[in-house]
Design a protein around this ligand. Sequence first.
Ligand code: NDP
Length: 310
Amino acid sequence: MTIKILFSANNENWKRYKAPLQDALDNKSLDYELGRTITPCEVDYIIYAPSSSLQDFSPYAKLKAVLNLWAGVEGVTNNKTLKVPLARMVDSGLTDGMVEWVTGHTLRHHLGIDKHIHGQDGIWRSYVPPLAKDRIVTILGLGTLGTACGIALKRLGFNVRGWSRREKRVDGIICFYGDDQVDSSLMDADIVVLLLPDTPLTQNILNQHTLNLLKRGAFVLNPGRGPLIDDDALLAALDSGQIEHATLDVFRIEPLPQNHQYWSNNKVTVIPHKASETRPKTASQVIAMNIERAENGQELLYLVDRENGY
Ligand code: NDP
């Protein structure tokens, strides 16, 4: 029987993904039909972007699984019409991109590169940054991306801490877990990196209280999700000097409205949700592997725990 795979994302993504998906599915020797228009009751799998127009899964009577194109699933995990397993995206290209983004921006702030880029004014500055081993970097969210970033930062010499929901051990990283330990993970940190999913329990995790635990003049990097930060608390902390700079890739409303205070605050770097993207070639291999697994009766990789929202 031909496996029918619906690609439910916009045109631009279809153009990027069509050929890599076909290559990856061909390599698995699957008998399949891949397209953007398949009669709903015949669809076996949906490759899905939560921003697509498909929001009601009930007509997809034969559906076996939904394979999310992105790592973040907050746009689909609460969809009550979705009754089949949902896999999130774990893609080596996406992970590599995030490691590059997080290490790059950490080094930017650690080395004080901005002082020189914006300080071409004839003043011979005497600023000497501390060594990486004397900087504490706390990563909130020690999952696929947070762990890879933590390992890379450790390799650069930073004193790395991580925080997750469940207990974890990662070589070289001081691991904290659970609500009781979030404060300890942030205490006196120089740089905090947010790589948590957006769930009811993670929203506003960076707030007035937690911002005040960081070392005075700390840096905030948010490539996770906008709702992780209490924006008013962050703006106040930037104003008071508690936070020296925030580099933000994600926001509660995207695109960030033109009149938002973040745009005009010179202690904030706004990046238009480009920290890291799913890469069609590697992501297609993951999708094909998951379809092959499902067809062989194996559990999907990277299943979303819908109760916990990630
Ligand atoms: P994972 O699911 O692998 O990791 C999530 C981490 O968050 C885990 O360590 C998990 O803990 C932890 N966590 C979740 N809830 C809590 C909680 N209540 N308390 C403490 N820790 C918690 O996700 P990824 O690493 O793949 O991705 C992380 C996020 O990065 C995505 O959800 C997405 O929002 C964002 N992202 C942003 C991109 C961008 O371009 N800006 C690109 C890709 C992803 P535990 O390990 O115990 O489960």
